[in-house]
Design a protein around this ligand. Sequence first.
Ligand code: BTN
Length: 270
Amino acid sequence: MKPPRLFLEPKRILKGLGTRSLGQTLYCFSKVASTNDVILQLAEGGAVEGTTVAAESQSKGRGRQGRRWVSTEGKSLAFSILLKPRLHADEVSEITLAAAVAVAKTLEHYRLRPKIKWPNDILLSGKKVCGILTEMGPNKDKMISVVLGIGINLNQAGKDFPPALRETATSLYRCSGRRADRTLFFQKLLVQLEETYRWVEERRFTKVLSEWRKRSDTLGRQVKVTQGPRHFFGQAVDVDEKGALLVRNDLGMVERVTSADVETLKIRKF
Ligand code: BTN
């Protein structure tokens, strides 16, 4: 009997991959410090746009706000993509929201109803199934580069998560009762990412926004916004044309939030 296939294999992923550039140059590792770091190194060496690095585990997988990201060997997806968008540095958050829409759309192929918590946590049944970390890469020849890092929980059972995460994290398998073929999921996701990234590149961010709003878990909710030592409460009213969250604070003033930890407090749709 053949042993179960544990690692992602570039050859299988590339076979029939329907993208033009994303994932077409692909490296799969069993373990790295962080796939975002590997992409940063490759970018320094002149790697082409779309270069993708996946790893089964990361010793220093990182998340937003200095948090850690833990993947489960053989059961999750952790990867990063090098992008060279024709954007200004202050427009990079558009890519983050576009990526969140792409992940949500991919999960919908599995008959799931994902929600997006601003800016880019993907939730299933109120628990986190995917996190996205966008970082700036090297700027060369007046072009910016961006590292888009995505971690998704696919086939973990409850016991696969560290106890501290069991209440807040979930997986596609926990929510659908079916295990996903990781190669197929990865291929579908790369296609969706290329499509939503194209919307950004073609200056059609309104399309991203409308897809993002349809799946938002944040808009209309009471939220606690924490920015370093400061925090305030309010109602999330919208996202603006750059992807910033607009929050009406208790004094009735609308604050524009670009980088923060946002906690949703209770359901209150307007
Ligand atoms: C978050 O929710 O805080 C973002 C998590 C992002 C995790 C991914 S896994 C692949 C890539 N490499 C990293 O070190 N982080 C991102």
